[in-house]
Design a protein around this ligand. Structure first.
Ligand code: FES
Ligand code: CO
Length: 353
C-alpha cells in the first residue's frame, strides 16, 4: 500500500510540527506527498496552504508573514489563512484582485503540535487524557525523519517478538525469545491491546522504572489509532506510568516524520527529562535501524510480495485487515494494485496467525 496514493488517508489528522516552529515564520512540510506551507494567522492559529503561488508557482514557504497573511517571496502576492489572494502589490489600488486562491487544509493545535488533515477528517485527533491531568508531565521526546513506512512503525509497536532481538542491548532479553500474547479488543478507532511483559531492568533504567530489580513486569495497555498513531501505556510495578504517544506522519511513500511524546506520573526530581530522553533515544534508535531496513511496500498486500507470519504478528495483521476494510468502505483499491489473489488465499493468510 503506497500511502500517498490512497485518498482516504488524506482524511485523518497528522501531527506535523511543534507550534513554536512557526513563530519564526512560514515553514514547509510534505504530507502524504503534498507540499504544504504552515504559518500563523493574525490570531496566532496555525494555517496550512498548498506550497505554491498561483502567479509563477514559487513556494510560498520561501515568503514571510504580514498581519497573519502569507506573502510570496517572488513578487509579493499575498494570501490569507484560507488561501484567498488578498493583495497584488503591482496592481493600482483601485484594480480588483482576481478571484484566485491557494488550496487550504484543516489545521488544529493539540499537545503542542500542529495537526493537519488534507481532506475532511473522518474522526478527531486521538485523545490523550494525561495531557490535561496535573499528575502527569508532558515531554517532547523526538521529532525525526525516518526512511520507512508508517505502518511498519505501527506494527512494530505491538510486536512483542522483537524485544529480545532488536532491544537486546537495552531492555530485551535474548534468552527469552517467546513473546507474551496480547489481549486485543477492536474499537471504532482501531484497537486496544493489553499484556504483561517481563523485561530487563539494567541499572541505567532504575529511575525510569522506579526499581533496581534486575527484571520488571510491565503492564502494557496500548492503543492503535487508525491509521498511524499509537499509545504505549507502560505501568511498572512501582506504579510509575511511562506513556509514549507516537504519530508516524507519512511524508511520502517509505518516509515518515516520527513524533514522540512522553507522559510520566513522576517529577523532574524523580527522573529528569534528559534521562528520559536518553533512555528512550537508545531504544528508538534500535527500532529505527531495523525498520529502515524493511521494505516499505510489502505491507498490506500479501499477494504481491509474500511475507510469512507468526502468531505474534497478529496485531499487525489486524491493522492490515482494518486498513483494507477502510479502503473498501471508501471504494478505493489498494495502490499499487495487488496481483490476482482469491479471497480464500487472503483468508488463509489471516488464519495463519
Ligand atoms: Fe508568487 Fe510571483 S510567483 S508572486
Ligand atoms: Co522496539
Amino acid at each position: 500500500m503506497l500511502a500517498t496514493k490512497q485518498p482516504v488517508l488524506r482524511r485523518f489528522w497528522y501531527a506535523v510540527m511543534r507550534i513554536e516552529q512557526l513563530e519564526s515564520g512560514p515553514q514547509p512540510f510534505t504530507l502524504l506527498g503534498e507540499p504544504i506551507v504552515l504559518f500563523l494567522d493574525a490570531k496566532g492559529e496555525p494555517a496550512a496552504l498548498e506550497d505554491r503561488c498561483c502567479h509563477r508557482t514559487a513556494k510560498l514557504s520561501k515568503g514571510w508573514c504580514r498581519n497573519g497573511n502569507i506573502v510570496c517571496g517572488y513578487h509579493g502576492w499575498e494570501y490569507d489563512r484560507d488561501g484567498k489572494l488578498v493583495m497584488i502589490p503591482q496592481f493600482p489600488f483601485e484594480q480588483p484582485i482576481p478571484d484566485a486562491r491557494a488550496r487550504a487544509f484543516h489545521t488544529k493545535t493539540r499537545y503542542g503540535y500542529v495537526w493537519v488533515a488534507l481532506d475532511e477528517p473522518l474522526r478527531d485527533i486521538p485523545e490523550i487524557p494525561e495531557d490535561s491531568d496535573p499528575a502527569y508531565r508532558r515531554i517532547f521526546q523526538f521529532y525525526d525523519t525516518w526512511n520507512t513506512a508508517a505502518l511498519r512503525l505501527m506494527e512494530n509497536s505491538f510486536d512483542n517478538a522483537h524485544f529480545a532481538f532488536v532491544h537486546k542491548n537495552t531492555f530485551g532479553d535474548i534468552d527469552q525469545p517467546r513473546p507474551e500474547k496480547y489481549e486485543i479488543v477492536e474499537t471504532d478507532y482501531g484497537f486496544e491491546a493489553e499484556t504483561l511483559v517481563t523485561v530487563k531492568n539494567p541499572p541505567t533504567a532504575a529511575k525510569i522504572s522506579g526499581t533496581t530489580e534486575p527484571y520488571t513486569k510491565r503492564h502494557m495497555r496500548n492503543k492503535w489509532f487508525m491509521p498511524f498513531c499509537r499509545r504505549l501505556d507502560m505501568e511498572y510495578p512501582s506504579g510509575i506510568r511511562h506513556i509514549i504517544f507516537n504519530c508516524a506522519t507519512p511524508i511520502a511513500d517509505g518516509k515518515i516524520q516520527v513524533v514522540q511524546l512522553l507522559f510520566r506520573n513522576d517529577t523532574e526530581a524523580d527522573c529528569s527529562t534528559q534521562e528520559l530522553i536518553d533512555w528512550d533515544a537508545a531504544i528508538i534508535a534500535e527500532d529505527r535501524d531495523i525498520l529502515e531496513s524493511t521494505d516499505p511496500d510489502a505491507i498490506v498486500d500479501m499477494g504481491r510480495k509474500i511475507e510469512k507470519h507468526m502468531p505474534s504478528d497478529r496485531p499487525g495483521m489486524l491493522m492490515r485487515k482494518r486498513l483494507l476494510d477502510l479502503l473498501q468502505e471508501h471504494d478505493e483499491e489498494e495502490v499499487p494494485k495487488p496481483m490476482a489473489m482469491d479471497a480464500s488465499a487472503l483468508e488463509r493468510s489471516h488464519l495463519a496467525v
